[in-house]
Each structure stands twice: as C-alpha cells, then as structure tokens.
Design a protein around this ligand. Structure first.
Ligand code: RP5
Length: 186
C-alpha cells in the first residue's frame, strides 16, 4: 500500500519537491525514483514530482548524469532494487542515455522521458531514449511535460497492480478528467 498516511512518507513527499543529491537525505521508503541528467531538466520533471505527490506515492528526485557522473549512475541503478524502489523514471536530453544506463543496471521498470533540446527540439533525446537494443527495455514517454506527467501516471499504474488504493485513485483521476471535458463549454 502507498504509505501516504505515515509521518515518514509525509516527509518523503515534502522532500521530493526539491532536487536532492545527498545520500543521507534520500528517504528509504521511496517507491519511485525521478532522476534527471541536469538541474536544467527540473522545470519539466517537476511535473512528474507533482503528479506522484498528488497520488501520495513516496518518491525521491535526484540529478544523476550518465555522462558526467557515470560511477554514480552505475551505483544508483545497481542498488535501486535493494533499496526498495519499484520504478525508475529517468529523464535526459540530447544524447539521452540515462534511462538506458539505468535499465542496464536493474531489472526494475525504467521509464524514459526525453527532454526538449535546444538543438533538435527533443527529437535527439527521443531517439536516444527509445532506441534500446533488444533485451534491455526502456518504456519511453512523450517529449517534455506530457512525458513527465505520463511517466508518473505510468509508475502509479505499475504500483497499482498490487495496491488497490492506488488503482482506485487512478479511476477517480480518469473520471475527474472526463467530467472536466464533458462540462467544458466554449
Ligand atoms: C543532458 O544534457 C541533460 O539531461 C540535459 O537535458 C542536457 C543539457 O544539460 P545542461 O547542459 O543544461 O546541464 O545530460
């Protein structure tokens, strides 16, 4: 079950609003990791953070770069499962290898979010994230904010397979979304 009512998870959710890189600050109770290649990705990835918070999912947000901090990326991916994480959301732009590197180090589901890039508007990020070799899967979402939101919703859907409370919240989310459309008058 999502531990949204415990003091511990309240702290985790509050902490998750900031990007945190100190190991001692990572709550052990995180079920989902939201990692990104640079602080410049946060404006987009804060939408994943907000969505997970809305569903009461304990999570952590960190900057980890496949290229600039390869040892950290390797350590993070290798220890993710034993730390109790169940899903990793990895965002990167340009030569976006972070999600692929995570998937290389863990059998946890890895969701990749391509960042919109200056040079190629995110097409480079999309192709780098999505074109994984057979055997090492990355579930790739849309470029930018829709991808960030959907990665979080996808993570909730994965967790909901064994957590009826989250499944119920997903149903309610969809119903509210539909009601909004039905009520819309132009
Ligand atoms: C990637 O390079 C990051 O994920 C980011 O999207 C992009 C640019 O990073 P900065 O130069 O802004 O730090 O690794």
């Amino acid at each position: 079950m999502a531990k949204k009512d415990t003091n511990k998870s309240k702290t985790a959710n509050r902490n998750s609003r900031e990007i945190r890189n100190s190991k001692s600050e990572i709550p052990n109770s995180s079920l989902v990791a939201v990692i990104m290649g640079s602080t410049s990705d946060w404006d987009t990835m804060k939408h994943a953070d907000e969505t997970l918070t809305k569903f009461g999912v304990p999570h952590e947000c960190r900057v980890i770069s496949a290229h600039r901090s390869p040892a950290l990326a390797s350590e993070y991916g290798s220890t993710a499962e034993s730390r109790g994480l169940e899903v990793i959301i990895a965002a990167a732009g340009g030569a976006a290898h972070l999600a692929g590197v995570m998937a290389a180090h863990t059998t946890l589901p890895v969701l990749g979010v391509p960042m919109r890039s200056e040079a190629l508007n995110g097409l480079d990020s999309l192709l780098a994230t999505v074109q994984m070799p057979g055997g090492i899967p990355v579930g790739t979402l849309a470029i930018g904010k829709p991808g960030a939101v959907n990665a979080a919703l996808f993570a909730v859907a994965i967790l909901a397979n064994s957590r009826p409370e989250l499944r119920q919240k997903l149903h309610e989310f969809r119903e509210a979304q539909e009601a909004k459309i039905r009520e819309t008058k132009l």
